[in-house]
Design a protein around this ligand. Sequence first.
Ligand SMILES: Nc1ncnc2c1ncn2[C@@H]1O[C@H](COP(=O)(O)OP(=O)(O)OP(=O)(O)O)[C@@H](O)[C@H]1O
Ligand SMILES: [Mg+2]
Length: 609
Amino acid sequence: MGKSGGARRVDPADRAQLAESPVRFRRVLALFRPHWLRMVLVVVVIIEASLVALGQPLLIRTLVDRALPNGNRTLLLLCVFGLVSVAATNGILGIVQAWLTTSAGQAVMSDLRTRVFDHVQNQSMDFFTRTRGGEIQSRLTNDIGGLQAIVTNTATSIVTSLTTVTATLVAMLALSPRLTILSAIVLPPAVLMTRRVAVLRKDITAARQKTLANLTGQINESLSVNGALLTKTLGIAESRSSSFASDSRELANLEVRFRMAGRGRMATMDFAFAAIPALVYLAAGFPEFMGEISLGTLIAFTTLQANVFKPLMSLLNLGADWVAALALLSRIFGYLDLPVEVEEPHDPQPLENVRGRVCFEKVTFRYTGSESNVLDGVSLTIPAGHTVAIVGKTGSGKSTIGHLLARLADPTSGRITIDGVDIRQVRSKDLSRTVGIVNQSPYLTHSSIRENLLMGNPRATEEELWKALSTAQISDLVRSLPEGLETVVGSHGLRLSGGEKQRIAIARTILSTPQLLILDEATSALDTQTEHQLQSALDALTRGRTTLVIAHRLSTIKDADTVCVLSNGRIIEQGTFTELVEAGGAFAQLADEEARATDEAPLAQEDTP
Ligand SMILES: Nc1ncnc2c1ncn2[C@@H]1O[C@H](COP(=O)(O)OP(=O)(O)OP(=O)(O)O)[C@@H](O)[C@H]1O
Ligand SMILES: [Mg+2]
């Protein structure tokens, strides 16, 4: 059934994966249960196709032994009609089977893909920091794509091969038991030999792909903007060239071996296909050993023998196929079994008409696997509508406070409330509508400016969009773009500067009108003048809203109602700007340091990342 004779070996990595996290068979069955009817139909179709295919050699025998020698035209016509019908029926059954397996396979795949996507999306931010980006993509596309192979290839090939081999053996026995014994002696070595060559070719293919990937990696790395810069500035062009040349030669070598192994595989197959019938003809010439064999039986028998060759080959692959498929599932299930660290509440509390009083009550936080607390018993009350600024050295835990309020992670102990409601009791949907964040590194998706803005509020009118842009001091730039709001930004779109990105992100937050705002270094990427303009825009935005400002530069927090100084995860000082300066403690020292730094390096403020 059109399966190419590729040979596979069990991959040790797959075996290790299964040893580490075995897959329960029931769980695999559960995936296919919704499609059981289609599965049963597939088996029925395959068995039927194998039986129909057996008609062919029997018809050939009748045709050669009885219709042709006797000039029996009616029988001849019947046989020919039978042969054509068998071919047509098999063709149609093949199509039906392909449709059944592919559609069932794709349905299972799509289910699983969506489940993994949903589950991974619900993971905490910590998860995404810990996991390499490419790994998630690979899991979603490659691994689940590989599942298609299980359903359409492995599962079908088990059934196809087994039924074909069994049915063919029965027919061969019926035609001639002695020839069948002869086949049983010569077929296995031939099949094994062909398989060896095929496995060799597989190994070369793997090596070839690795070298090719190496080469592509080097091209991407050396001939990109950053790579070229590195090569030139470090003066390593020569060593890069020589390593490229050696990989290139290696690839050429492997390519030759690959082609030759391919030829070798074809040659062995051709040899087996020609030599085995020849042996059967030879045997037929010794009726004293083999018994009387009619011409029709001989032809029918050799046809059957050719049919059994490929299914036998693929049966030998089953072990490897099966292990590969299970290893794939084991990896996918591994993702589905990841515990969700930030869980949705079982008994959600509504968060309506939020006034915006925020309380941190003895909040302690530590990253999983980390040894020390990032936050250590932080207690802080922000009255509704007030602005609290958090300052402190880098790494002191400022951003972490913001992340906990947005529930990107849960405190290790203590709790955070909004209007008295523990945020763990609030649906994530409601919470994200209430709490808005403008980040250190804003993220724009690869889509138009309009679509990026509409993420803040899908129902925003044209007028509201422009108003938000103008509040964020970016409307002039957008208006000057030839495509205006339709300009595509993000990873491969228009290259916006850090400050421009940040202002678009601010406009997006403005549109979502959260009652609570977290500004995490919102103005860090802007030059002094824009910062000034934006500061007034942000003032307008924060008016009447509870705001948590996380800042490095003290100039931006003069108007905060309260300033908290964070050090090693503890709030060590708290008060108004002036109070703290007068107190002459840690904050006064920070202010002093900053004043001196600005005097010494006036340009330092204008750096943009
Ligand atoms: N995913 C993580 N796993 C382990 N530790 C982390 C993780 N993310 C942050 N940390 C650690 O937590 C501490 C506090 O980080 P945080 O980002 O809150 O600091 P910050 O005060 O905002 O610093 P900055 O001023 O540089 O933005 C740092 O020591 C950091 O190394
Ligand atoms: Mg930070």
